[in-house]
Design a binder for this molecule. Structure first.
Ligand SMILES: C[S@@+](CC[C@H](N)C(=O)[O-])C[C@H]1O[C@@H](n2cnc3c(N)ncnc32)[C@H](O)[C@@H]1O
Length: 264
C-alpha cells in the first residue's frame, strides 16, 4: 500500500481546489470535444474533473480517488457547476472498469506519489479505448524556484524530498514521465511542459497560507516528524518561511510540470 505524502487536510485541499482545466490540463484541452467519455483518476476535490466534464458533455465522466475524503466536495462542485460527473473510490493500480471503456483517461499530479508509476500507466492505458488518449501531468520539484532567497524554503524543499522519497515516491516526476510511459510499453507519446507562477498579492496569500498550514498540520507534517526528518519546532520555521515569502512585496514562485499525451 502506497503512502500519499500530502493527505487531504484543509490547507492541502485549499491548494488543490484552485486548479482548473485551463491552468492544469493545457496539454489535453485541444483534444477534447463534446461526447467523449472521460475518466479522471486521483481526482481529489474534483475541480479539474468538473471543468473537463463541461467540455465533453454529454460524454460520460467518472472521477476516481483512492481516498473518499475529497469526494464529497467533488460532488458538490459538480452539482454547483450543473455538470454530470460520477465520483467514486478507485485505485489507479486496479481500476474496477472493463478494458477500453473511456476515450480520455486523465491523471493530474498523481504518478509522482506512487511507488510504481509504470504499473499505473499500464492500467490507465488498459481502460482507454484504442485511438483514445491517456493524459498525465506531474510537477518536477527540482524546478521550484523562488524569490527572495530564504534558507527556510531551502530546508522546506529538503524535507519535502525526504518525506516523498521515504514514501518511495518521486518528487522529480515531471522529467521521468516519458521514460515511465516507454517502460509501460506506450510508444505514441507527445511530451510537453507548462508552468505555474505565483506572484500577485492574492496568489502569494493563497499559496503562502496553504503551505504555512501544510508545513505544520497535514500528512506531510506528520510524516516528516514520524520519519525523523524534522521536529515540530523545525516545521514551525518552514511555516514561517512560507509566511515571509507570502508577505514579501517581490515574492515570486515558479515551477515546471511535465506532461504527456499518450495515444493508445
Ligand atoms: C496531488 S492530488 C491531485 C488531485 C487532483 N488530480 C488535482 O490535481 O487537483 C493526488 C490525488 O491522488 C490520489 N491518489 C493517491 N494514490 C492513488 C491511487 N493509488 N489511486 C487513485 N488515487 C490515488 C490522492 O488521494 C490524491 O487525491
Amino acid at each position: 500500500m502506497d503512502t500519499y505524502t500530502h493527505g487531504h487536510a484543509e490547507p492541502v485541499l485549499q491548494s488543490h481546489r484552485w486548479r482548473t482545466a485551463e491552468n492544469s490540463a493545457p496539454h489535453l484541452l485541444p483534444s477534447l470535444r463534446p461526447g467523449l467519455d472521460l475518466l479522471d483518476v486521483g481526482c481529489g476535490p474534483g475541480t479539474i474533473t468538473v471543468d473537463l466534464a463541461a467540455r465533453v458533455a454529454p460524454g460520460r465522466v467518472l472521477g476516481l480517488d483512492l481516498s473518499p475524503e475529497p469526494l464529497g466536495e467533488a460532488r458538490a462542485a459538480a452539482a454547483s457547476a450543473g455538470v454530470e460527473v460520477t465520483f467514486a473510490v478507485g485505485d489507479v493500480y486496479a481500476l474496477d472498469l472493463p478494458d477500453a471503456s473511456f476515450d480520455v483517461v486523465h491523471a493530474h499530479q498523481v504518478l509522482q506519489h506512487l511507488t510504481d508509476p509504470v504499473a499505473a500507466l499500464r492500467e490507465l492505458a488498459r481502460v482507454c479505448r484504442p485511438g483514445g488518449l491517456v493524459a498525465v501531468r506531474d510537477v518536477d520539484y527540482a524546478t521550484f524556484t523562488w524569490f527572495p532567497a530564504n534558507p527556510g524554503l531551502d530546508r522546506w524543499l529538503e524535507v519535502y524530498y525526504g518525506v516523498a522519497r521515504a514514501n518511495d515516491a518521486e518528487p522529480d516526476a515531471g522529467r521521468r514521465l516519458l521514460a515511465w510511459a516507454h517502460a509501460a510499453g506506450l510508444r505514441d507519446v507527445t511530451a510537453t511542459t507548462s508552468s505555474w507562477c505565483y506572484a500577485s498579492p492574492a496568489e502569494r496569500e493563497w499559496w503562502g497560507n496553504s503551505w504555512a498550514g501544510r508545513a505544520t498540520a497535514s500528512s506531510f507534517a506528520e510524516q516528516a516528524v514520524a520519519y525523523g526528518l524534522a521536529t515540530p519546532a523545525e516545521l514551525d520555521v518552514l511555516a514561517d518561511a512560507w509566511r515571509a515569502w507570502r508577505d514579501a512585496d517581490d515574492g515570486w514562485l515558479g515551477m515546471m510540470h511535465g506532461e504527456l499525451l499518450i495515444r493508445v
